[in-house]
Design a binder for this molecule. Structure first.
Ligand SMILES: C[S@@+](CC[C@H](N)C(=O)[O-])C[C@H]1O[C@@H](n2cnc3c(N)ncnc32)[C@H](O)[C@@H]1O
Ligand code: SF4
Ligand code: SF4
Length: 313
């Protein structure tokens, strides 16, 4: 029997939840997590179930800091073996990049480095290193300069504000995530309890890791669609500004357009269009930044890149 797989553009896979940097306002709360990994056996179980039923355009391995995962190559290879996605991407702060073995640069399709002010190496060094590696191992790379973050956490939202944020939140469509047996719409449920307890001493009745996600088991495909399309916010949304902050971002509107046209996503990421559009869009992004700055925050990205042929196969 041939089962028609559901197509979803993006999936994020945090390999570990902790990090070797301590960015203020990290949207994954990595700065509150001491040591937490996506168990490899659990990952294999989850991927083998999901890959029977869903196919993704791009799977992104991230964290916390994904390069802290000792056997990252095995995770990527396993996802490949199960044909989980078309493209396998790693999003990293880059600190450990030079220590990675050759196999890593072989198994990955795209490496995206977020470069932070506290990193002593400069962007040019990353570009030189990645250009050198990409020549032999044929991956694409981007090094983006991250200035300041949006503030994402809040304990002041009313239920109506949270619900409105949820409805316009691009994460639901762009940020599906799996972790240790659960499927989530976004990265927030995993660590919201920890954030509230550590930062504010607030203990919730529910552990949102279990109540804001769905369990990945043989039955999960029957409830995935209902879960993803639900109009009712997650409990995590009450403590998250992501939907509200990004409501008017032109970048987010473009991503949402992409979600409605999944074939475009593949073309977009597999050509120079991504890079050139970003350059052109910088002006538009800056307008959003100006608006954001009036409130309280700025988030600046510049994208550098290199193209290899592997991606275009
Ligand atoms: C949580 S990080 C995990 C991967 C890796 N540690 C890194 O920093 O690239 C994933 C992405 O989220 C971005 N990010 C984290 N917190 C953010 C915030 N408060 N506002 C905007 N982007 C944020 C990071 O810059 C990074 O590109
Ligand atoms: S490097 Fe990435 S995961 Fe680590 S604290 Fe910064 S944003 Fe969070
Ligand atoms: S607003 Fe809700 S759905 Fe969106 S990122 Fe925050 S917690 Fe997730």
């Amino acid at each position: 029997m041939i089962i028609k797989k559901k197509h979803i553009p993006f999936l994020e896979v945090p390999l570990v939840e902790h990090c070797n940097l301590n960015c203020d306002c990290c949207n994954s709360h990595a700065n509150y997590v001491k040591n937490s990994i996506y168990e490899y056996e659990k990952f294999k179980e989850d991927v083998s179930i999901i890959s029977e039923m869903v196919h993704y355009s791009i799977v992104t391995f991230l964290g916390g800091e994904p390069l802290l995962c000792d056997n990252i190559n095995e995770y990527i290879n396993y996802a490949r073996q199960k044909k989980l996605a078309d493209v396998y991407r790693v999003l990293t702060n880059g600190i450990l990049l030079e220590q990675m073995d050759d196999e890593f640069f072989d198994v990955v399709d795209v490496i995206e480095v977020s470069h932070y002010p506290e990193d002593k190496k400069d962007i040019a060094e990353y570009n030189r290193f990645l250009e050198f590696k990409a020549r032999k191992h044929h991956f694409r790379y981007y090094v983006k300069n991250v200035g300041k973050f949006n503030r994402i956490d809040s304990i002041q939202l009313t239920d109506e504000e949270a619900q409105r944020g949820y409805i316009s939140c691009s994460r639901i469509k762009n940020g599906n995530m799996i972790f240790n047996g659960y499927y989530y719409k976004c990265m927030r449920p995993k660590t919201t309890n920890l954030y509230l307890m550590t930062e504010h001493g607030i203990e919730l009745k529910n552990d949102l890791r279990y109540t804001d996600g769905i369990r990945i088991d043989k039955n999960f495909m029957n409830i995935l669609e209902e879960y993803l399309l639900s109009d009712i916010m997650l409990e995590s949304c009450k403590y998250c500004l992501m939907g509200i902050e990004t409501q008017n971002s032109s970048l987010i509107r473009i991503k949402q357009f992409g979600y409605q046209h999944p074939a475009l996503i593949r073309i977009f990421y597999s050509s120079n269009i991504y890079y050139h559009l970003f350059k052109k869009m910088k002006k538009m992004i800056l307008i959003d930044e100006a608006v954001a700055t009036k409130k309280k925050t700025t988030y600046i990205e510049t994208i550098e890149h290199n193209v290899s042929n592997k991606y275009l196969k």
